[in-house]
Design a protein around this ligand. Structure first.
Ligand code: ZN
Length: 250
């Protein structure tokens, strides 16, 4: 259903700015009630943000009914969304730190991005996220279980007192190393099927050229949070191109 907005007195009422903000309604709108000057500052910020985006916006990333993470020619149907935050140095913003020093913010603009995704791609990202902690967790439980067996612990302690503890630490390090190796080999394997570095997706590479970067870089693959539903409100999280402000009616 298209959203309806009731506050006809609002500076942003029925403007593209309102569509871009994509608030659920006027009552819970986070910018409602701001002073005239603050509203003009907001409008200037939104203009600055728009200048940093491709002309056709970013909505094709979440309006696509096919997974945009899939690399195959016929991508799987969309079943969920992968969310990440992008930052851009522009516009430059200077803030005062607690001790009064002026510091430049790493990101003058923030943009939440939602990527149409499928279960297979989601599974690959999730497996990469958990493989190291899974190995460390299992090794931790097993080594504690073994060392809590007194004859075994005493056998190791007979070499020198700290031997059981060092053995435990060695097991954890070995498990961590194994987890990292397995994750790295999975990255190679999964990258044949899924855009693990989402910034290589065409639309996101356009954003990269305009100075956008992943706000939380994650090394060999992008850090995505998956959700069944799209974000209900927020900057550029709804349609901005048609007349119906922020419709979630995909
Ligand atoms: Zn996919």
């Amino acid at each position: 259903m298209p959203r309806t907005y009731s506050n006809t007195a609002c500076r942003l009422y029925h403007t593209e700015y309102c569509r871009v903000l994509n608030m659920a309604n006027c009552e819970t709108c986070t910018v409602a009630g701001r002073s005239k000057a603050d509203m003009e500052a907001l409008v200037a910020d939104l203009d600055a943000l728009k200048a940093l985006l491709p002309e056709d916006g970013v909505e094709e990333l979440f309006l696509s009914d096919r997974c945009i993470l899939c690399k195959k020619e016929e991508p799987n149907p969309r079943t969920c969304y992968g969310l990440l935050d992008l930052g851009n140095r522009e516009p430059e913003r200077v803030v005062r730190s607690a001790i009064g020093l002026k510091t430049k913010l790493r990101a003058g603009s923030l943009l939440p991005v939602q990527l149409a995704a499928c279960d297979a791609c989601k599974k690959r990202f999730t497996k990469l996220d958990y493989v190291v902690s899974l190995w460390v967790g299992v090794a931790g439980v097993l080594s504690i279980a073994l060392l809590s067996y007194r004859p075994l612990r005493e056998y190791f302690a007979s070499f020198f007192a700290a031997a059981p503890f060092l053995l435990f630490v060695a097991c954890m390090l070995a498990a961590w190393g194994a987890g990292v190796l397995i994750r790295n080999s999975r990255v190679k394997r999964y990258a044949k099927h899924t855009h693990l570095d989402v910034m290589e997706i065409k639309k996101l590479s356009e954003l990269r050229e305009k100075g956008w970067f992943e706000l939380n870089p994650n090394g060999r693959y992008s850090k995505l949070i998956f959700s069944k539903k799209r974000l209900q409100q927020g900057l550029y999280t709804g349609r901005t191109k048609d007349g119906d402000a922020g419709s979630q009616n995909v």
